[in-house]
Design a protein around this ligand. Structure first.
Ligand SMILES: [Zn+2]
Length: 177
């Protein structure tokens, strides 16, 4: 066992650590590289940074695809940092209705009649749906998201979808009605 790995094991229980490490190593080349080249501290720092992600308002579990525990760690880190900033500006809770989605879960949603894109940015970890139970919350959430620079929004009756997928059209708002 490498030194950085030992440190992590001592920080958090072995079982949880194993699951998270596998998931994070799979998705994050920097950690994989750190482990491979034995640059212990870098990998350790990156792992710890990702674990806490310096987010003030969210836990990674809030972004899990419902069919896969731990999959929330596949969310894009920069996206989450911006989301966290927007939450701070909005001053109201951001309830995440949907974060990361596995391809299987995306297909499942489609089968159940939801309007989902086959190339949904949720599958890339670049999107969330935030609950907006009333018009004032919708206003606060939207204006805060715009303030931190998001440019793509989908309006549902009770949620706002936001993503930063640069492979899609920018500066647009659509709806799911
Ligand atoms: Zn969405």
């Amino acid at each position: 066992m490498e030194e950085w790995h030992k440190k992590i094991v001592s920080h958090i229980g072995q079982k949880q650590e194993k699951k998270e490490r596998e998931c994070i190593q799979k998705m994050h080349p920097k950690v994989k590289m750190g482990a491979k080249n034995n640059i212990g501290d870098k990998a350790d720092n990156y792992f710890e940074c990702f674990r806490h992600m310096d987010l003030r308002y969210f836990k990674r579990e809030e972004f899990d695809s419902p069919d896969k525990e731990g999959s929330g760690c596949q969310m894009d880190k920069d996206f989450l940092c911006r989301l966290d900033d927007a939450r701070h500006i909005a001053g109201v809770p951001f309830k995440i209705n949907s974060g990361f989605r596995t391809p299987e879960y995306n297909i499942d949603l489609e089968k159940r009649g939801y309007k989902v894109a086959k190339t949904s940015p949720h599958m890339k970890g670049l999107a969330v749906d935030i609950a907006t139970p009333d018009s004032r919350t919708r206003y606060k959430v939207l204006t805060a998201l715009m303030e931190v620079g998001f440019k793509r929004f989908g309006f549902g009756e009770t949620f706002i979808h936001v993503d930063c997928d640069e492979e899609k059209s920018q500066d647009c708002i659509w709806h799911y009605y």
